[in-house]
Design a protein around this ligand. Structure first.
Ligand code: ATP
Ligand code: MG
Length: 441
């Protein structure tokens, strides 16, 4: 399955990228507008300067004694010249130049109007019926510098804007999704068997219908499961009386008929009826195990219950049972005593039934509330092990059974918020089987 992407991450990166792109677009447009306006203003200054200078230059040249002599205007005080100019007369003879002029900037013959060379912006104009020409040159470097500086100043805020927008959006989305996160935590925190309604607070309007749908689904699931459980429990209960009555009849029949084929047939019917009655008992246990409410309100000492059950089995079974109790006088657990009894009975019954004959079955309770039932016997393959807790799932054991015992034990473990662990071979041994369960709470 594809890994889901976090909404917070997606919005954070998406919105930051969007803001950055918009900013870059705005920067580009602003830079173009600034460049255009700057060029227009500086060009008009250049034209104005040229016209002013030409009229002054013409008067100056006319007032000279030798009008064809080149004169370089001296600087009033030393400075780097920004705008340079060249005044030429007829036949392109230079008549007046600014003090810091570089003649290679200007063309050989004067040209009119505005134009740009690789390094300069030049404006040319003539006067007195095209007998005097002036060309004014301004270096382009300063215009370019102004353009890049503007661009730099506009891009500078991005350095702050990107991390700020990421942090801001992250925080804002997290804040807005608070209700959804709480809802997720509530769903995660509940156990598998908890089908009660989830009450999500502060959910965004878009998620509320999902919350309602989840609640409806949980309600339907709960009703279906309840119906299934009560059907199982009721049918098993209803079967009890007719089964007991039929069994009594068959036993009477067996006492009345002499040995022979009828006696054998009656014996087989009795065995089948006993199996049926065991199955209905197990079905009732399963219904109880799955019905929930397996935790009592106040914890109680479980050692007497365990000792009592082991004693019960000890009296009936031929195989020895070895019970090891912890040093602690009491082990407290909030598991429902009936549920604990059903669980332990099933585990001991399995150990006696499926374990190696005449090898002792160990029941060990440790001080931390760990209950272990261990028996000797053939190793159950690992792949078969985790399927044994499914309903009606049986192993390779030769002993009879319906395959419900471990399903019941598992349902009780889940209902009590614990885990049933099966191991084969039993830990610390080379064979056998161990079922363990942590009881204390
Ligand atoms: N203590 C054990 N030692 C070895 N095998 C076991 C042990 N407990 C369970 N098994 C295996 O797991 C299978 C499932 O056990 P489970 O208790 O669910 O059913 P069952 O004992 O066969 O029937 P039921 O308990 O309904 O009478 C058994 O058939 C058996 O193969
Ligand atoms: Mg069993």
């Amino acid at each position: 399955m594809r890994r889901a992407t976090s909404l917070q991450r997606r919005l954070g990166f998406g919105l930051t990228l969007g803001v950055t792109l918009l900013w870059l677009l705005a920067t580009a447009v602003t830079a173009l507008v600034v460049e255009h306006t700057l060029n227009k203003t500086l060009d008009s200054v250049l034209e104005e300067t040229a016209q002013r200078l030409l009229s002054l230059a013409v008067v100056e040249i006319f007032n000279r004694e030798d009008t064809d002599l080149l004169q370089q205007v001296a600087a009033l005080h030393p400075h780097e010249e920004y705008i340079t100019y060249l005044v030429r007369g007829k036949d392109d003879v230079p008549l007046l130049v600014s003090h810091d002029i570089d003649l290679s900037v200007f063309p050989e013959t004067p040209q009119m109007g505005l134009r740009s060379t690789a390094t300069h912006r030049i404006y040319g104009i003539s006067a007195v019926s095209n007998t005097f020409f002036i060309e004014v040159a301004e270096p382009l470097a300063s215009r370019r510098q102004a353009k890049w500086q503007t661009l730099g100043m506009l891009l500078l805020p991005l350095v702050v804007l990107i991390p700020l927008s990421l942090i801001g959006i992250w925080w804002f989305v997290r804040h807005s999704l608070r209700g959804v996160l709480e809802y997720r935590n509530m769903l995660e925190a509940r156990g598998a068997g908890d089908l009660s309604q989830v009450r999500g607070k502060n959910l965004p309007a878009e998620i509320v219908p999902i919350g309602d749908a989840v609640n409806q689904l949980l309600e339907r699931l709960r009703r279906t499961l309840e119906a299934e459980r009560s059907f199982t429990a009721n049918s098993a209960h209803e079967l009890r009386t007719p089964l007991a009555a039929t069994l009594a009849q068959v036993q009477r029949l067996r006492r009345e008929v002499p040995d022979g084929p009828v006696q054998d047939r009656a014996a087989r019917i009795e065995v089948s009826l006993r199996e049926l009655s065991r199955l209905s008992e197990k079905l009732m246990q399963l219904a109880k195990a799955e019905s929930g409410g397996l935790l009592a309100e106040t914890p109680q000492d479980i050692l007497p219950i365990i000792s009592h059950i082991v004693d019960d089995f000890q009296r009936a079974a031929e195989t020895p049972l070895v019970l090891t109790l912890p040093n602690e006088a009491r082990v407290m657990s909030s598991i429902d005593p009936d549920a604990l009894a059903i669980l332990l009975r099933n585990l001991i019954e399995n150990a006696l039934k499926h374990g190696q004959e005449n090898q002792p079955v160990e029941i060990i309770v440790s001080g931390d509330g760990m209950l272990r039932v261990i028996n000797a016997g053939v190793v159950v393959p690992r792949e078969a092990l985790h399927r044994l807790t499914d309903r009606f799932q049986r192993g390779k054991s030769r002993a009879g059974g319906s395959g419900l015992g471990l399903a019941i034990a598992q349902a009780i473990a889940v209902g009590a918020g614990a885990t049933l662990t099966l191991a084969s071979p039993a830990p610390g041994r080379i064979d056998g089987f161990e079922a363990s369960f942590l009881l204390a709470h």
